[in-house]
Design a protein around this ligand. Structure first.
Ligand SMILES: [Zn+2]
Length: 72
């Protein structure tokens, strides 16, 4: 089955290319990377524990503010 690599558009063949429909590992990984970055672009990844604690404090602060708003 002949196809075209979705990354670089070069012709691929399912009987020849192990990474079909990609022409090679490089394009397969590129596609995987694009998919992963699309998935994780929605929320900012927090790697730092201090930042995480800060974000949690911020979230709690917002919750408190909202509570106060509803009381008044
Ligand atoms: Zn390719």
């Amino acid at each position: 089955m002949k196809h075209r690599c979705p990354i670089c558009k070069s012709p691929t063949d399912s009987e020849v290319y192990a990474d079909f429909p990609f022409c090679g590992e490089r394009c397969r990984l590129l596609d995987l990377g694009a998919w992963a970055s699309e998935k994780y672009v929605v929320s900012d990844p927090i790697f730092d524990e201090e930042e995480l604690a800060e974000a949690q404090r911020d979230a709690q602060g917002v919750a408190h503010k909202k509570q106060n708003e509803t009381i008044h």
